[in-house]
Design a protein around this ligand. Structure first.
Ligand code: 7GP
Length: 817
């Protein structure tokens, strides 16, 4: 008998069918006969929402009235993925939905497919935020996600005839969007520009223009907790008042300009990943959502109070700063406390530092945001004054802690000189209680390198919380076959809310019957993906080859180029007979990656991958042995299809560069083996699954450091490994550009002369480990045994565990009573 602990549906199929009909009729004005899949999707979503409303209301009430501190997760990105199935799962209504939709004459899959994926994030940071709010709700912890409802999400990626990336606008709100609830009556005014004047000895900010921040609320249902939290995304609207002074001078267009521009603030997500974009509009976005959120929290927790006692604010809510994007919240809370509520500096600082904590998501120094003080002064003059004052106080504090003047100078929040800069990571570290990295290695490197001075003087502030992913979306919804097998193997479905239970699968790795079933699940997932790919992208993938995947943002440090060089080397070896065709293990390689639109080398790498795919897939010499596919527009939906079908996952960044990675966790949990470097969370994954069950290659952080110091000469590696030389020469000679030798010259020149991320230095070890991988794969039982051990031993990487760590180490709060 299998123990079933999943939530029970609040409705029967018949009831739900009627509810859908009712929505069609009264909310949409459509008959069942007229309804398209998309109409049914909207109706079903509205009907599902109604089942969440009561819990949503109770959760909010208990949050405000109970004594449990809430979490405010401030994030410029929430990469949610589709909502409908997730809500159905958490309500226990998956089967009722399927049956009701069928009863209405529609295909459930097509109905679900009509949902347009909200792409309100770039990559890891945004998806992590989405996993975290799922886990917060599932653990019953009162929480708000606070962010921006961008009108245009991450761009839609297409490839042109030459294989180049083309970006298209993602106007997701052009479609009916049943999940967000716009609440005009809870909007907030956000001010910008102007000057600071002194009135009665007090500083008074006289802003030049304002924007109306309107909340759009998304319910975040917990799995089994009965709790529904709120994701509050702010949308910018203009006020209809305008500057009469200017208007009277009959400069109408000038007068309405700020109003027209106001709505631009939430118009578009910056498509950057791991690089800051020093644009005025971006700073406006950051201040916009953070200011609105802080005011909102005061409204929520001190309802109807004119003069609330804000010294209790840190007991009501703790704000987590998801990277530096929301850090302007620190001077904003100071301003609110001092200017609006009349607190003195020290009290305000005490409240502020107790309220904020900061998570860093990068190791690339160039990715730490730095804003010109001049720009902050133009947009937020009062905040600049406060930041300068924070800086002064901080430098005073440092003088009491160290005599090392150079160190103090290095730690300035505001740099000196003609064009002072504000370092947001330093402001976050000084202005909050805790700083955390997102994997053990990352947190260590933050302490040793990136924020070393801070960690030396404030060691207690620093901690680690290793990232995690939600098993609801990334195992249960993405991989129902494996989920059923796990439940069968463990005799319970409890693992979905207690992922450590996967440990119980360890003995089954040696049970031939279970191994066989596991192999069948993987194969069925491969077949399903091949069908999906054929249907959606028009390519044929052979499920009887090894499915090998590399999906993530395109970035030099992630080293897609290492993968493509090794692939070309393999292609060349088959073609020129260095390897016997019969000895080649058939492999299908999948890439998925978006490049920032302005990132030249990344875009050129995309073009190269597409053209390698074109050449390889059309070459009869390697047919059946090697195939390469690069489906465009990698997103959460594609991840949910591809991850369960993957057998070998690539996590091959240069050691010391990937903060954590979360794809690595999703793949391991879905029974893929990883080929990876000792970087980010790979280190912990390998520890958990055992060194024997992980394909490790490449230099360590220390080896990388040594090599930089000794002087790195990539050309040496090119000369030393004929496989590498062959691959690079083929690219130079135009094998993937119809004979044109210039197309990829910038990539080749970079590899041979700079190669900042040491792709060439790691090539040999990467190419060599492929033999080991292929030998193991030939023994399917041995491979599957290791794959099962990956599933069984990675329960630690549930985002529920991450949230528990945050609760214990940083937030000091817990579930609602
Ligand atoms: C990413 C990191 O690159 C990745 O290693 C990590 O797993 C993820 O955050 C979640 O922690 N960073 C970003 O996506 C990003 O935009 C901005 O960083 C500094």
């Amino acid at each position: 008998m299998t123990e079933q602990t999943a939530p029970k549906s609040p409705v029967t199929t018949e009831q739900f069918t009627n509810e859908i009909k009712e929505q069609l009729k009264y909310a949409q004005g459509i008959t069942v006969e007229q309804a398209t899949d998309a109409d049914i999707y909207v109706a079903a979503s509205l009907a599902v929402r109604r089942h969440l409303v009561d819990s949503w209301a109770t959760t909010q009430k208990d949050m405000v009235n109970g004594g449990t501190k809430a979490v405010g997760y401030l994030s410029a990105e929430f990469l949610m993925g589709k909502q409908l199935r997730n809500a159905l799962l958490n309500l226990g209504m998956l089967a009722e939905f399927d049956d009701a939709v069928k009863a209405l004459g529609h295909d459930p899959q097509l109905v679900v497919d009509s949902e347009y994926e909200p792409g309100l994030g770039n990559g890891g940071l945004g998806r992590l935020a989405a996993c975290f709010i799922d886990s917060l709700a599932s653990l019953g912890v009162p929480a708000f996600g606070y962010g921006i409802q961008y009108k245009y999400g991450i761009f839609k990626q297409e490839f042109d005839a030459e294989g180049k990336q083309v970006e298209r606008p993602d106007y997701w709100l052009a479609n009916e969007e049943p999940w967000g609830h716009i609440d005009y009556n809870r909007s907030q005014k956000v001010n910008f520009g102007g000057q600071v004047v002194e009135e009665d000895g007090k500083k008074v900010w006289k802003p030049a223009w304002s924007v109306r921040a309107v909340p759009v609320d998304y319910m975040v249902p917990g799995y089994k907790s009965g709790r529904v939290n709120t994701l509050r995304l702010w949308s910018a609207k203009s006020y209809d008042e305008f500057d009469l002074l200017t208007f009277n001078k009959s400069e109408y267009l000038d007068a309405v300009k700020p109003q027209v521009e106001a709505e631009n603030i939430s118009k578009i997500l910056y498509p950057e990943d791991s690089t800051p974009q020093g644009k005025r509009l971006r700073l406006e976005q950051q201040y916009f959502f953070v200011a609105a959120s802080i005011h909102d929290a005061i409204r929520v927790f001190y309802p109807g109070q004119d003069k609330p006692d804000l010294t209790t604010f840190p007991n009501k809510i703790t704000f987590q700063l998801n990277d530096t994007h929301p850090v302007i919240g620190i001077p904003e809370l100071m301003r609110v406390l001092i200017d609006e509520y009349g607190y003195d500096w020290d009290t305000a600082w005490d409240i502020t530092t107790k309220t904020f904590n900061y998570t860093c998501h990068t190791l690339l120094p160039e990715a730490l945001e730095v804003w010109p003080a001049r720009l902050i002064g133009e947009l937020l003059p009062r905040h600049l004054e406060i930041i300068n004052e924070i800086n002064d106080h901080f430098l005073e504090e440092l003088k009491g802690l160290t005599r090392d003047k150079e160190r103090i100078n290095r730690m300035r929040i505001v740099t000196e000189g003609d064009d002072p800069q504000v370092r947001m990571a330093y402001l976050a570290t000084a202005g909050g209680s805790h700083v955390n990295g997102v994997a053990e290695l990352h947190s260590q490197l933050l302490k040793d390198v990136t924020l070393r001075d801070f960690s030396d003087l404030f060691p207690k502030k620093f901690t680690n919380v290793t990232n995690g992913v939600t098993p609801r979306r990334f195992i249960r919804l993405a991989n129902p076959r494996l989920s059923n097998l796990i439940t069968e193997g463990l005799g319970t479905d409890k693992w979905l809310s207690d992922l450590d239970l996967l440990q119980g699968l360890v003995p089954l790795a040696d049970d031939p019957e279970f191994v066989k079933k596991f192999a069948e699940v993987k194969h069925a997932n491969k077949v399903a993906f091949a069908n999906f790919a054929k249907d959606r992208y028009g390519f044929e993938a052979n499920p009887d080859t090894m499915f090998n995947t590399m999906v993530k943002r395109l970035h030099e440090y992630k080293r897609q180029s290492l993968k493509i060089l090794a692939l070309i080397a393999r292609y060349a070896a088959i073609k020129n007979g260095t390897i016997n065709v019969d000895d080649v293990l058939p492999r299908t390689v999948f890439f998925g990656a978006k490049a920032a639109p302005g990132y030249y080398m990344a875009k050129l790498t995309i073009q190269l991958i597409n053209n390698v795919a074109r050449v390889v897939n059309n070459d009869p010499d390697v047919k059946g042995k090697l195939a390469v596919h690069f489906p465009a527009n990698y997103n959460v939906r594609l991840a949910q299809h591809l991850i369960p079908a993957t057998e070998l996952d690539e996590q091959i960044s240069q050691a010391g560069k990937e903060a954590s990675g979360t794809g690595n966790m999703k793949f391991a949990l879905n029974g893929a083996l990883t080929v990876g470097t000792l970087d980010g969370a790979n280190v912990e994954i390998r520890e958990k699954v055992g060194a024997d069950n992980f394909f490790l290659f490449g230099m360590t952080v220390d080896e990388v450091e040594d090599l930089y110091e000794k002087g790195y000469d990539p050309a040496k590696y090119y000369e030393a490994d004929p496989r590498l030389k062959m691959a690079i020469d083929m690219i130079s000679n135009g094998a993937f550009s119809d004979g044109d030798r210039n197309t990829y010259a910038p990539l080749v020149a970079d590899w041979l002369t700079k190669d900042y991320f040491m792709t060439l230095a790691d090539f040999t070890s990467y190419a060599d480990i492929q033999y080991e991988i292929e030998d193991l794969y030939r023994d399917q039982d041995a491979w599957n045994r290791k794959a099962i051990l990956n599933v069984a031993n990675t329960g630690y990487f549930s985002s529920d565990r991450s949230i528990e760590d945050y609760l214990e180490r940083i937030w000091h709060t817990g579930p609602l009573a």
